[in-house]
Design a binder for this molecule. Structure first.
Ligand SMILES: Nc1ncnc2c1ncn2[C@@H]1O[C@H](COP(=O)(O)OP(=O)(O)OP(=O)(O)O)[C@@H](O)[C@H]1O
Ligand SMILES: [Mg+2]
Length: 173
C-alpha cells in the first residue's frame, strides 16, 4: 500500500476536467490541511498568454512549476494539498525535486467519461479535441513514483474514501 507522508503533502493530478480542483479541495478538508490550486499560481506572463488563447509551452511552465514546488516545500512540515495537472513525468520531477516527500493522487478515467463531464460543466467550453490532446500528453504515474491512481468516475466523497482506503493514511481513522 502506498504511503503518503505525515502530515499529508499531496499533488492531485490529472487531465483537465478530471476533478482536480473539486477532489483536491475535498481531500484537503478531510485531511484538515490547506488547499491551493496551481492554476492560481501562474506568473503574469502565462496569464496573459492564456488570456490571448496562446498555449503554454514547457519553457513557460518551468517558472510556474517552480512556484508550485515552492508551495509544496513550504507546506512539507504542516501538510497541504495542491491541484496541478502534472501530466508529464518531467513536470512531476520538478515538483519532486522541490518537495521530495510529496505524494501524487492521479484522478484517472477514460476520455469518454471526462468528455461527458466537461460537456456538462457550467460556464466552460472545452472542445473534444482538447480532451484528446490532454490524454495524448498524459504520462501516468510510473512504478517508482510515490502515489496512487483513483478512478475519477465516482462521487467526490467516495473518491476521498478511496484515497483513505488505498493508502497507508493515519487520517483514515
Ligand atoms: N467526482 C465527481 N463527480 C461528478 N462531478 C464531478 C466530480 N469531480 C468533479 N466534478 C465536476 O466536473 C467538472 C470538472 O471538475 P474540476 O473543475 O474539479 O476539474 P479540474 O481537473 O480541476 O479541471 P481543470 O483542469 O479545467 O481545472 C466540474 O463541473 C465539477 O463540478
Ligand atoms: Mg481545476
Amino acid at each position: 500500500m502506498p504511503v503518503p507522508p505525515t502530515p499529508p503533502l499531496l499533488t492531485v493530478m490529472g487531465v483537465s476536467g478530471s476533478g482536480k480542483t473539486t477532489v483536491g479541495a475535498a481531500l484537503a478538508q478531510r485531511l484538515r490541511v490547506p488547499f491551493a490550486d496551481a492554476d492560481d499560481l501562474h506568473p503574469p506572463e502565462n496569464v496573459a498568454k492564456m488570456a490571448a488563447g496562446v498555449p503554454l509551452d514547457d519553457t513557460d511552465r518551468l517558472p510556474w512549476l517552480h512556484t508550485i514546488g515552492d508551495w509544496l516545500a513550504a507546506h512539507a512540515g504542516s501538510g497541504g494539498v495542491i491541484s496541478c495537472s502534472a501530466l508529464k513525468r518531467s513536470y512531476r520531477d520538478v515538483l519532486r525535486e522541490a518537495a521530495p516527500a510529496q505524494f501524487f493522487v492521479h484522478l484517472d478515467g477514460s476520455p469518454e467519461v471526462v468528455a461527458r463531464r466537461v460537456a456538462g460543466r457550467p460556464g466552460h467550453f472545452m472542445p473534444a479535441s482538447l480532451v484528446d490532446s490532454q490524454f495524448a500528453t498524459l504520462e501516468p504515474l510510473q512504478p517508482d513514483e510515490n502515489g496512487v491512481a483513483l478512478d475519477l468516475d465516482h462521487p467526490v466523497d467516495d473518491i476521498v474514501e478511496d484515497y483513505l482506503a488505498r493508502t497507508d493514511s493515519p487520517q483514515g481513522d
